[in-house]
Ligand binder design. Structure first.
Ligand code: SF4
Length: 296
C-alpha cells in the first residue's frame, strides 16, 4: 500500500508520523509526503496535527486525522504507539525525541496533558536519531517520574547534549540539579512560572544556588487567569533580576496586550532596550494610526 502523510505543520517534526512511518514500512508499505497533486497515488492518507489553531481547511475529506490539534483524546493505535521513530522522513531533524515518562502529577487547567496522558507513568526510551546531534527530553514533568535517576544514567551513558523541555521548578532540589549538571546540555533548561498567584521567587533563589541562572529559561504563561499586567510584569522582572531568561507564552494570541507583552519579553533586543510601558505606549500609538503592532 502507498501511505500519504499530510504536513500541515511544516515547522514541527511530528513523532506520530515517525511512528506511522515505521509501522507501515515494517508491513511492506511505502510512506511518502502527500500533496494535492499526488493525492491519486495514495491508498490512504493521514493528517496529524499538534495545535488546534492550525488551519485545516486544505485537509482532504478522505484523510484519517488524529493528534491533539484535531481531538485532545485521540491516540495512536497501540501497535503504532509501540513502534520506534522513523527519522528518515525528516532528514533535517537533528535531535532525538526521547520520553522517559508520560502524563503528569499536576492538573493545570490550561494543559491538555492530564486529559490526554493521565497520571505520570514511566516509559522505555525509544530509538535515537542516527543523524542526531543532541537529545530532546520530551517528558512533561521529568522529575515527577520516580525513575528519573535511571533516566539521567541513560542520558549520561549516551553522552549526547540534552535539551530538557519540562522541568518542574517546584520539585527541584540539590540532588536533581546536581544530576542535571552531570550531563552536557543543548540550550537552556526549561522551567515554568505559569501561575501568577504562586510565589516562585524563593524556590528560584534556591535553584540558582546550584545551577547558574543563565542556564535556565522560564516559560511565563500570561492571559489565562484574568488580565494580569502587574502580575505578568512581576514574574518577568523577578526572573530578569535573578538572571533567568523569561519566555512569555500568550494564552490568547488574538489579544493585542498578550501578543505585545510576549514580543516585548521574547525579543531580547526590545526587552533590554526599553521598559514595558515604553513599548506598550508605542504599540498602542502604532495601532491607533493603523501601522500595526510590531514596533521596536
Ligand atoms: S505541570 Fe506542566 S505538564 Fe503538568 S499539568 Fe501542569 S502544565 Fe501540564
Amino acid at each position: 500500500m502507498q501511505i500519504g502523510l499530510i504536513d500541515i505543520e511544516p515547522k514541527i517534526f511530528n513523532t506520530a508520523y515517525m511512528q506511522i512511518g515505521t509501522y507501515h514500512k515494517l508491513h511492506g508499505d511505502t510512506v511518502e509526503w502527500w500533496s494535492p497533486l499526488t493525492d491519486h497515488q495514495f491508498d490512504f492518507v493521514c493528517c496529524s496535527s499538534l495545535f488546534d489553531y492550525t488551519d485545516k481547511s486544505e485537509v482532504p475529506q478522505r484523510a484519517i486525522c488524529g493528534g491533539t490539534g484535531f481531538d485532545v483524546t485521540s491516540q495512536l493505535l497501540t501497535p503504532i504507539e509501540r513502534c520506534d521513530l522513523d527519522y528518515s522522513i525528516y532528514p533535517k531533524c537533528k535531535t532525538s525525541y526521547i520520553w522517559f515518562s508520560r502524563g503528569c502529577i499536576r492538573n493545570c487547567p490550561w494543559c491538555v496533558v492530564p486529559e490526554k496522558e493521565g497520571k505520570i507513568q514511566s516509559v522505555s526510551p525509544k530509538n535515537l536519531n542516527p543523524n542526531g546531534k543532541y537529545i530532546t527530553v520530551q517528558d512533561n514533568n521529568f522529575f515527577a517520574n520516580p525513575d528519573w535517576p535511571a533516566a539521567i544514567a541513560w542520558l549520561g551513558e549516551r553522552g549526547w547534549p540534552v535539551d530538557f523541555q519540562g522541568v518542574d521548578a517546584r520539585l527541584l532540589n540539590k540532588k536533581m540539579c546536581d544530576a542535571m549538571l552531570t550531563l552536557r546540555h543543548h540550550k537552556q533548561i526549561k522551567i515554568a512560572w505559569d501561575d501568577p498567584r504562586q510565589d516562585l521567587e524563593p524556590k528560584l533563589k534556591e535553584i540558582i544556588r546550584f545551577i547558574k541562572p543563565w542556564r535556565l529559561m522560564c516559560y511565563v504563561l500570561i492571559g489565562y487567569w484574568y488580565k494580569t499586567e502587574d502580575m505578568d510584569l512581576h514574574r518577568v522582572e523577578t526572573l530578569r533580576r535573578l538572571g533567568i531568561d523569561p519566555f512569555v507564552m500568550p494564552f490568547d494570541r488574538s489579544d493585542l496586550y498578550q501578543r505585545a507583552f510576549a514580543r516585548w519579553v521574547n525579543h531580547k533586543g526590545i526587552f533590554k532596550s526599553m521598559s514595558w510601558q515604553q513599548y506598550w505606549n508605542r504599540v498602542r500609538q502604532s495601532e491607533s494610526v493603523g501601522r500595526g503592532w510590531k514596533v521596536r
